[in-house]
Structure formats: structure tokens, C-alpha cells
Design a protein around this ligand. Structure first.
Ligand SMILES: NC(=O)c1ccc[n+]([C@@H]2O[C@H](COP(=O)([O-])OP(=O)(O)OC[C@H]3O[C@@H](n4cnc5c(N)ncnc54)[C@H](OP(=O)(O)O)[C@@H]3O)[C@@H](O)[C@H]2O)c1
Length: 388
């Protein structure tokens, strides 16, 4: 057979294999296009294969997610960003506009002040099959029905949707296209561990631990002799608290995490199934955050006495959550300083998952449970999991 025909047969079979394997660039490149055409085709093909991302919420976590996304070479492109006032959109979103938006938000300006701002309603035009919507907002009222109908995948750092009444939240659990690891324990693989235990037919019986990095940090600061009011302020300034620190101090944030863990474990509990001890006083309810900070000093003495009483018995204060299929309890307890819980420092979280397999010694997951970088990293891991 002439050499030319052999080359043709080889080339055609290579092209067919490459196309079958969806490696279109290799197929086209094998036809010896000029370098310039190669580059254009490569760009177009890779662009076609990139998955789109919509990011809701450009606060501390949202901006860090963009920063981390930018430093990974993932087949993704941002097509929309939004805060509570407006969105910026594009297909893909112009890099310069992303930078301008991040800059505006880090200066405390809203997206609505940008000349390219669009109403939030326009976002639904970008809901397409496979688009990943990332909720790093603090919104309470987002409706995910349309996004799911259009085939979008969802990643949550925002706990509100999963912690809503079970009737409204149930559809967000046990769906392969929905991930919410960062809602509990920041980047620690707590949800993933529960899910894999359940997938292997292990039966979870009890979950307990320290689930608030903020309150863990607060307890460590109190133990070190820092006053309650100063400790709360330091936690806020370090980015450990919710936008309103009372969401942490009320125990409400731990309650939301406990609900999410319980529901992931297969127990459809409601808020009323928990007893919760708040770490602040009724007199601090209902005022702006700035005013709240200036009034917390009257609690300094009360907490200093509790720390002292615990220390006399070789104990330290920890804000604990215990969850069973029937309900839960969330409160401040004095634990032995020498125990694993007593050894926790700063924003460290500790989750003990008791199950049929993990008994009497539970499966323990511990590590940093708050902080912007680890939370954003948990979000990024969820995004990556949805790419595969
Ligand atoms: N910080 C942590 O360590 C941590 C850990 C785990 C989970 N989370 C969760 O992650 C989320 C973000 O936390 P963060 O610390 O980044 O809070 P943040 O700095 O206050 O940012 C919240 C963002 O959400 C936006 N937003 C509020 N309502 C919205 C709506 N309806 N539509 C679109 N955007 C809306 C806000 O817009 P404006 O700027 O216009 O107000 C802001 O950009 C929260 O739900 C929090 O509970 C945080």
C-alpha cells in the first residue's frame, strides 16, 4: 500500500478515536492547521467545555472563593456575580468587570453603584443545564426551584436554605447535584463523612461536638483571661463571626448546623426539637451591631465567674451540641481540661459521630471550623466535586 494511503488511514483512525473520546482539539490538530488557527480552535473548544459559575454573595467568603478560583486552573468561567442590590453578568463575565466588582465590594460599595450593574432578576437568564450556582450570600429568601428545573447544580456556604423548616428544606438533601459542606465545620469533611457512612449502610446513632469556631474562639479567649466584651469584638474583627455576632452568641448558628447534620443523618428535626442556651442577654436584642458592641461589657463579670468556677475543678467552658434522632441540646458546659474537647483551642471544631460501626469509639473529625479561607476552600472543593 502506498505510504500516503497508510498515513491517511492512520490519520483518519486517530481523528475518529479522538472525536469518540471528545478530544476535539487533538482531532483538529492532527489535520495540521496552522498554529494560529490551532490556537483559535483550541480556545473555542476549551471555552465550550468550561462550566459556568454564578456566585451569589460577594462578602468575605464570596470574594475569597473568587480569589481561590482564580488561582486554580479549573475548566470554569464566571458568568454572573451578585450582592443584595444588583448583579453583573456576561457570557463569560469580563475579567475587568470581575475585578471592578471585587474591588467595589472590598471598599464597602454595593454592585448597584457600578455602571454595568443589572437587576438581580436578570440572573435567571443565566440558569442553564450544568451551571453551578454558588450561594455565599446571607440571604433567607432565595428560591431554588427554577434553577433546579433548568438543570443547575448548587453549592451552599449559606445555611439558611438547608436549616429552614423541613417542609421547605427537604428537597435540598440527598441530591447529587447539591453540595453544602461549608455550611457545617467550614472546610472539614463532616457532611461527606456522614454521607459515606450512610451510603455504606452504617447507622448513625448520635452526633456531638463543638460546632462553632466563633464560640470556640470565645471560650479560649475567656479561658486566657480576656473579658467577654473584648473577646466578642476580637472574634468579629478576625472574621470568625456571622455578619451579626448575635447569630453566633444566640446559639442560633449552632442550631442551624445541628439541624443540617441531623437532616443529613436522616433525622428530619425542626428547631423546636432542640433546647438552646444563648451566650448573650435579652437586653442586647434588636439593636444595630455597632450599638451592640458598646453595650456588652455588663456581661464581662458573669462569664469571668463561670470561667473561674470551672477552673477550680480542672475544667474549661465549651459550647457543646448533642444531637440524637429525637432532638438535641446546645449549651455551655464545663468539660475536663485534659479531655479532647478541653484541649480544643481557638476556632477549632470537633465532631464525634457515633454509629453502629463506630462504637464505642466514635468517628472524630476535628480542625479549624471557621475562617474565611477554610470556608471558601470548602466551597471550592464542592465546586470541584460537581465538575467530575
Ligand atoms: N464567615 C465564615 O467563616 C462562614 C463560615 C461558614 C458559612 N458562612 C456563611 O457564608 C455566607 C457568607 O458569609 P460572609 O462572612 O461572607 O458574610 P458577608 O461578608 O456579610 O457577606 C454576605 C453577602 O451576601 C450578600 N447578600 C445578602 N442577601 C443577598 C441576596 N438576597 N442576594 C444576593 N446576595 C445577598 C450580601 O450583599 P451586600 O454586600 O449587598 O449586603 C453580601 O455580599 C453566610 O451565609 C454565612 O453564614 C460563613
Amino acid at each position: 500500500m502506498p505510504v500516503f494511503n497508510l498515513w491517511l488511514i492512520f490519520s483518519l483512525s486517530f481523528i475518529v478515536t479522538a472525536i469518540k473520546e471528545r478530544n476535539l482539539y487533538a482531532a483538529l490538530a492532527s489535520l495540521h492547521f496552522s498554529d494560529r488557527i490551532d490556537t483559535i480552535l483550541y480556545t473555542e473548544i476549551v471555552m465550550q467545555e468550561k462550566q459556568k459559575i454564578i456566585l451569589l454573595g460577594l462578602g468575605k467568603v464570596g470574594r475569597e472563593v473568587i480569589r481561590q478560583l482564580n488561582s486554580c486552573a479549573l475548566p470554569l468561567e464566571v458568568c454572573a456575580l451578585a450582592d443584595s442590590t444588583a448583579s453583573v453578568v456576561g457570557d463569560p463575565l469580563d475579567i475587568q468587570l470581575i475585578k471592578t466588582s471585587i474591588h467595589a465590594k472590598s471598599q464597602g460599595d454595593s454592585l448597584a453603584t457600578l455602571t454595568d450593574a443589572q437587576p438581580l432578576q436578570i440572573l435567571s437568564n443565566y440558569f442553564r443545564n450544568g451551571t453551578i450556582i454558588v450561594d455565599t450570600s446571607a440571604a433567607h429568601d432565595l428560591d431554588w426551584d427554577l434553577a433546579l428545573q433548568k438543570g443547575c447544580k448548587l453549592v451552599f456556604a449559606n445555611k439558611n436554605a438547608h436549616a429552614a423548616a423541613w417542609e421547605q428544606a427537604a428537597y435540598l438533601y440527598n441530591q447529587p447535584g447539591i453540595r453544602y459542606e461549608s455550611t457545617v465545620g467550614a472546610g472539614l469533611p463532616v457532611i461527606a463523612s456522614l454521607r459515606s457512612q450512610l451510603a455504606s449502610a452504617d447507622k448513625i446513632t448520635r452526633i456531638e461536638g463543638v460546632m462553632s469556631g466563633t464560640l470556640g474562639y470565645l471560650c479560649s479567649q475567656l479561658e486566657a483571661g480576656v473579658s467577654y466584651s473584648q473577646a466578642v469584638k476580637k472574634a468579629y474583627e478576625a472574621g470568625y463571626t456571622e455578619p451579626d455576632p448575635r447569630d453566633d452568641l444566640s446559639g442560633f448558628d449552632v442550631l442551624r448546623k445541628a439541624l443540617i447534620l441531623a437532616r443529613t443523618a436522616g433525622w428530619p428535626l425542626e428547631e423546636r426539637d432542640f433546647t438552646v442556651e444563648p451566650l448573650y442577654d435579652n437586653r442586647l436584642v434588636g439593636m444595630p451591631v455597632s450599638e451592640f458592641f458598646s453595650l456588652t461589657t455588663f456581661l464581662d463579670e458573669i462569664y469571668a465567674q463561670q470561667v473561674e468556677a470551672a477552673a477550680k475543678e480542672g475544667r474549661v467552658l465549651r459550647y457543646l451540641a448533642g444531637i440524637t434522632p429525637q432532638g438535641g441540646r446546645i449549651d455551655l458546659q464545663a468539660v475536663k481540661r485534659s479531655s479532647q474537647l478541653g484541649a480544643l483551642q481557638g476556632p477549632g471544631n470537633y465532631f464525634a459521630i457515633h454509629s453502629q460501626c463506630y462504637s464505642p469509639i466514635p468517628l472524630v473529625i476535628a480542625g479549624p471550623g471557621a475562617g474565611i479561607e477554610v470556608t471558601a476552600n470548602g466551597v471550592l472543593n464542592d465546586i470541584i466535586a460537581l465538575l467530575s
